[in-house]
Design a protein around this ligand. Structure first.
Ligand code: F6R
Length: 579
């Protein structure tokens, strides 16, 4: 939920750290800080966004250092709570992503021993504990310290008395970048791409000692080796490339992304046990959960097997009958709730599959099988191309499992998104931007598509948006309808068309403005709707993908018109690594 970065090499560390933190800002952006080492430790930290730092903040000396961008969990966003944190004598500096669950107990014990705490964070116990255990060798102190810590942590530490960087990982991601005469550590690979494509993923329990001469990795005090991977992502993929926001850039990448995702799943690559499954459970959160719901509607009808879809956060704590297969969907592969749901499946000997965007993320280690959706790095906090890539994988999975592979879908998914880019959404956007509340309604698989549309709208425009299965809205929410509450509806030709049209008429009779996504030739709908967004597709999968992108653009342009901070909406972080 925070981003950490470390550097040791020949370059001035501070600019490398600041640039790295900017790449990680999607993980948290309420405060930031860096510490560098040059005979002594130098620290700069403050409340606010690292992307707004001024260049003179980068002048800390030294070619070794650590940095942090924060999403507050323990203690408000403030200069004092910002990382790095230090021991009493400022000899050791530490940055941390994760949660130290037994911090209150450790803090009491350390206070009793005379340690003085300056922040409200759980993290600050780490440098004080290290101070307590340090006998002149930071590595040995960390090897002892891990026996005291409970919880999740990716920690980077430096100390006054040596030019080394120590990295330690447990249940929070940490990757090392291997350059020529320089080394990097970070929460994900994005800050490293500019310098190297050789990376190494630390495992839980790993402690890495890194100097300019190389690195050594330990489990406890035993040295271990880890494989070095060559990464294919180009550095440009983490830049805006002329777009005003990453979100818009990522929306426009979707024609290519969906084609890649669809073709990532072939009859040979799909896990065999999926063919034999008589029942499935999907576990996921947020947008990924919506992708799971769309999968349920379509898989149940095409494959004839029951599919349950559960929030990761609910699955672990409820005793539910287990199915043959659990599919965990997670863009980041680090969402704690989804990981714990997969873990529960593992404990019950159920076959598990992860659908994720991040190679070697935690979910890939928890699950028996992994399907990579290959969307490329997604920087904007709001999921767009990763959601579409999930759809690509899941819809293709349905095609393969049901034996009804559609050439139309395979060859036209990207084209159907390109056509959406030609639509004029101005009238719909200006209706939305004036509203305080918006309803998103649909039927069948379009209901979860509308749920995703409502999530996008509220997340980035801060307009209250709610989604309903269209038939449900008359069972209570009707009392909220008024000329000030637009309804956005999908009303495409299909089995539910007539009832959907009836529902819209009932809403219109309450004076509600209607933005309808439907066929251009549908004169009845076009007379009823205040705004008709035309859509002609020949396959339901293509309709689902196209409506998804229409709703993403509607949310984006509404938020832009309202001057919102689109890529980093308030209070959010992209990777939610706490339960
Ligand atoms: C919404 C959004 C979130 C994520 C959710 C799960 O735009 O991005 O709702 O979908 O936090 O994240 P992953 O897919 O990384 O597990």
């Amino acid at each position: 939920m925070c981003g950490i970065v470390g550097y040791i090499g020949f370059r001035p560390a501070a600019p490398v750290l600041f640039e790295g933190l900017k790449q990680l800002e999607y993980r948290g952006y309420d405060s930031y800080g860096i510490a560098t080492h040059s005979n002594e430790i130098f620290i700069h930290k403050k409340k606010g966004k690292v992307s707004e730092f001024s260049p003179d903040e980068t002048t800390l000396p030294g070619t070794c250092g650590i940095g942090h961008t924060r999403w507050a969990t323990h203690g408000i966003p403030s200069d004092l709570n910002a990382h790095p944190h230090t021991d009493c004598n400022e000899q050791i500096a530490v940055v941390h992503n994760g949660i130290i669950e037994n911090y209150a107990h450790l803090k009491r014990e350390l206070r009793a021993k005379g340690h003085t705490f300056r922040s409200e964070t759980d993290t600050e116990v780490i440098p004080h504990l290290l101070e307590d255990l340090n006998e002149g060798d930071l590595l040995k102190a960390i090897q002892k310290m891990v026996n005291y810590l409970e919880g999740s942590y990716a920690v980077l530490a430096i100390s006054n008395d040596c030019n080394r960087l120590i990295a330690v990982k447990n249940r929070s991601p940490l990757v090392l970048g291997i350059g020529d005469g320089e080394f990097f550590a970070a929460s994900d690979i994005t800050p490293l791409l500019e310098y190297t494509n050789r990376v190494l993923y630390l495992e839980d329990g790993d402690i890495a000692e890194i100097s300019v001469d190389g690195y050594e990795i330990y489990q406890g005090s035993t040295q271990v080796s880890r494989r070095v991977h060559e990464i294919q992502w180009a550095p440009e993929t983490v830049q805006k490339g002329g777009f005003p926001h990453f979100m818009l850039k990522e929306i426009y990448e979707q024609p290519e992304v969906i084609n890649r995702a669809i073709h990532s799943l072939t009859p040979d690559s799909i896990p065999r046990f999926l063919y034999d499954a008589k029942s499935m459970t999907v576990v996921a959160c947020g947008s990924s959960y919506h992708a799971g719901l769309i999968f349920r509607y379509l898989a149940e009808s095409a494959c004839g097997i029951p599919v349950r879809v559960e929030f990761g956060s609910e699955f672990k704590y409820n005793s539910v009958p287990l199915t043959d297969v659990i599919i965990g969907i997670s863009q980041s592969g680090e969402t704690a709730d989804t990981l714990s749901a997969i873990h529960k499946g593992n404990c019950s000997n159920v076959q598990t599959v992860a659908i994720t965007n991040v190679l070697n993320s935690s979910i890939t280690r928890y699950a028996d099988n992994t399907i990579l959706m290959q969307a490329g790095p997604e920087i904007s906090v709001a999921a767009t191309k990763s959601f579409t890539a999930q759809l690509g994988v899941l819809l293709q999975m349905i095609s393969l499992l049901s034996g009804q592979v559609s050439d139309e879908f395979l060859s036209h998914a990207g084209v159907s998104i390109d056509k959406v880019f030609l639509l004029n959404l101005d009238d719909a956007v200006s209706l939305c931007a004036k509203a305080e509340h918006i309803f998103f309604v649909g039927r069948g698989p379009f209901y979860p598509v509308m749920m995703e549309g409502a999530l996008k709208m509220k997340e980035i425009s801060y307009i209250h948006a709610e989604s309903y299965a269209a038939g449900e809205i008359k069972h209570g929410p009707f009392s909220l309808l008024s000329p000030e509450t637009p309804v956005i509806a999908t009303c495409l030709p299909g089995p539910a068309y007539a009832v959907m049209l009836g529902n819209l008429k009932e809403m219109k009779a309450r004076g509600t403005p209607i933005i309808a996504i439907g066929s251009e030739e549908d004169t009845e709908l076009s007379e009823l709707a205040d705004v008709l967004i035309p859509l002609e597709e020949k396959h339901i999968f293509l309709e689902i993908v196209a409506v998804t992108v229409i709703l993403q653009l509607l949310a984006y342009h509404t938020a832009a018109l309202l001057g919102r901070e689109i890529d980093k909406p308030r209070n959010l972080a992209k990777s939610v690594t706490v339960e």
